[in-house]
Design a protein around this ligand. Structure first.
Ligand code: LCV
Ligand code: LCV
Length: 262
């Protein structure tokens, strides 16, 4: 079960636990890391497993530093296209026939924020923080990603979270509906397992169909094809912009970006 390079998988009763083991890259959502998670989700999709937990190692300072910025295309390509590894992972989690619980410790950044938003239940340490960062890099976040973000939390709050890229506290994240529970670090594992084990006692087929009903209903948004293509055109203008290149370059040069709106 544990022939993975970037995760450790453990089974506790009927709970499958996927622990990140990519700390050297601060659990950045690199393709190789995501491939391991996707493979483990397939392996854990058996009747005797009733719930899956995604977690960082105990005591983690960073739950996930978000997209691996090295893997973002330099320009002239959508940085968040349908086949992007993170897009595949969020879709897989949302369609996964068992509840997926994010057990969060440490700071959550960018794509990591969307990753936890794609899970079903989020239980976090009271010291964790959450930052949505596309405007730090000049990234035109994609339509599905934005929908994942604004669906659960109010629009005004999410606009401030995204437009300022300021990390928010666990308390604030709980208040706006991003988190289900916040607990002290030393209670995080027991609280998460308590909820996971309660789910394991319930009817799995009913859970599976109700989860899928909720996904379908939440995604039942009428957006006409012309509007969608118009937005894609606007996004292309952004990821072809000098600002997008400046955002990436500034990150690698470890300096503040100087955005000029072109
Ligand atoms: C590649 C990294 C990363 C990283 N990728 O350690 O949502 S969107 O649109 O923005 C989407 C595109 C997205 O998710 O973009 C990524 C958003 N992520 C962030 O903004 C977080 C960026 N990272 C940080 O702010 C810091 O690294 C944190 C606070 C996570 C940890 O700070 P700490 O001082 O502990 P360093 O910053 O020194 O990072 C250690 C090494 O990891 C690299 C970083 O460049 C550094 O590399 P070097 O050792 O070569 O200097 N690194 C960190 N995050 N997402 N590489
Ligand atoms: C028939 C009952 C019921 C009852 N039907 O008194 O949402 S869904 O999908 O689940 C949907 C299908 C639905 O709404 O399903 C029903 C969900 N309801 C429940 O799970 C509540 C089940 N009931 C209880 O937990 C207890 O009865 C409560 C806490 C409501 C009351 O407890 P109390 O000790 O005061 P009893 O449990 O002794 O119930 C008295 C009698 O009423 C029956 C129960 O089986 C018992 O019958 P007997 O006297 O033959 O032992 N009863 C209770 N609820 N929904 N019958």
């Amino acid at each position: 079960m544990n022939n993975y390079e970037f995760i450790n998988v453990e089974i506790k009763d009927r709970v499958g636990i996927i622990e990140f083991n990519y700390v050297k890259k601060l659990n950045a959502l690199s393709e190789c890391f995501i491939q391991d998670i996707l493979h483990a989700l397939i392996v854990l999709n058996v009747p005797e497993i009733r719930c899956v937990i995604l977690r960082a190692p105990k005591g983690s300072k960073v739950f996930s530093s978000g997209h691996d910025i090295n893997e973002l295309p330099k320009t002239k390509r959508d940085p968040l296209s349908y086949q992007d590894p993170l897009r595949i992972l969020t879709r897989t989690i949302q369609r996964y026939p068992k509840p997926v619980i994010a057990m969060v410790q440490g700071s959550v950044w960018g794509g990591g924020f969307e990753l936890i938003m794609s899970t079903d239940i989020v239980i976090a340490s009271d010291k964790s923080t959450f930052a949505m960062t596309p405007v730090n890099l000049g990234v035109p976040y994609n339509v599905v990603g934005i929908h994942n973000l604004i669906r659960d939390a109010g629009l005004h709050v999410m606009k401030e979270v995204i437009f300022t890229a300021n990390p928010i506290t666990a308390e604030k994240a709980l208040k706006i509906g991003i988190l289900n529970h916040i607990v002290p670090d030393d209670e995080l594992e027991s609280k998460t397992l308590e909820i996971a084990n309660l789910i394991c006692e319930k009817a799995p087929l009913a859970i599976e169909v109700i989860k899928e009903e909720m996904r379908v209903l939440c995604e039942a948004n009428a957006i006409n094809p012309d509007e969608f293509e118009r937005i894609q055109g606007l996004r292309r203008y952004v990821y072809d912009s000098l600002d997008y290149q400046e955002g990436l370059t500034a990150f690698f040069e470890k300096r503040k970006p100087n955005f000029i709106g072109k």
